[in-house]
Design a protein around this ligand. Structure first.
Ligand SMILES: [Zn+2]
Length: 168
């Protein structure tokens, strides 16, 4: 979003505050040697399967930004059971999803600006209408879960952007 801010670490000025960051692949994909990836798995924008057994889907952890009429979003991957995946596929193109219980998933990315986030427990809410599923963290004391519950101040978004932006 358009928003002027100054990095607290180096004083550099920005006009844009990014509210979306995404993990492009699930971390277990990166653990496979590059030469073996084609053989052992497949990866698309929304689904990753490894060794015909481990299934990952992409979703979004949304975090309210306090004082802004907008939300921050982490694009992340969660692993799901075969049963859950079958249901998720059934509903993938649904325009509207109602009364569908959430599905369990393990978070499968470490997000560098937090203590380890790999294998945090989540609930996956299918949203329909072409939106990626919304990922809700188990309500623990983990800083990521706390931020999702309580929201975070703009200052924190600035810190994250400063930590993750390229060429900075
Ligand atoms: Zn800086």
């Amino acid at each position: 979003m358009q928003y002027a801010w100054t990095c607290h670490c180096c004083g550099k000025q920005f006009n844009e505050l990014p509210l979306d960051f995404a993990c492009k692949v699930p971390d277990p994909w990166l653990a496979i040697p590059t030469a073996e990836r084609d053989q052992r798995g497949r990866l698309s924008d929304n689904v990753c399967v490894i060794d015909g057994r481990d299934i990952f889907i992409r979703g979004v952890i949304e975090i309210p930004v306090i004082g802004l009429d907008d939300r921050f979003a982490w694009g992340v991957w969660v692993s799901v059971s075969k049963l859950s995946y079958a249901r998720i596929r059934e509903l993938w193109d649904a325009p509207v999803i109602k009364d569908e219980p959430p599905r369990f998933g393990w978070l499968c990315n470490n997000i560098s600006v937090y203590p380890p986030t790999m294998n945090l427990k989540t609930q996956i809410h299918l949203r329909g209408g072409g939106l990626r599923p919304s990922i809700e963290l188990e309500p623990t004391d983990h800083p990521l879960a706390v931020e999702q519950r309580q929201g975070m101040p703009v200052r924190r978004v600035e810190e994250i952007a400063a930590a993750l932006l390229l060429r900075h």
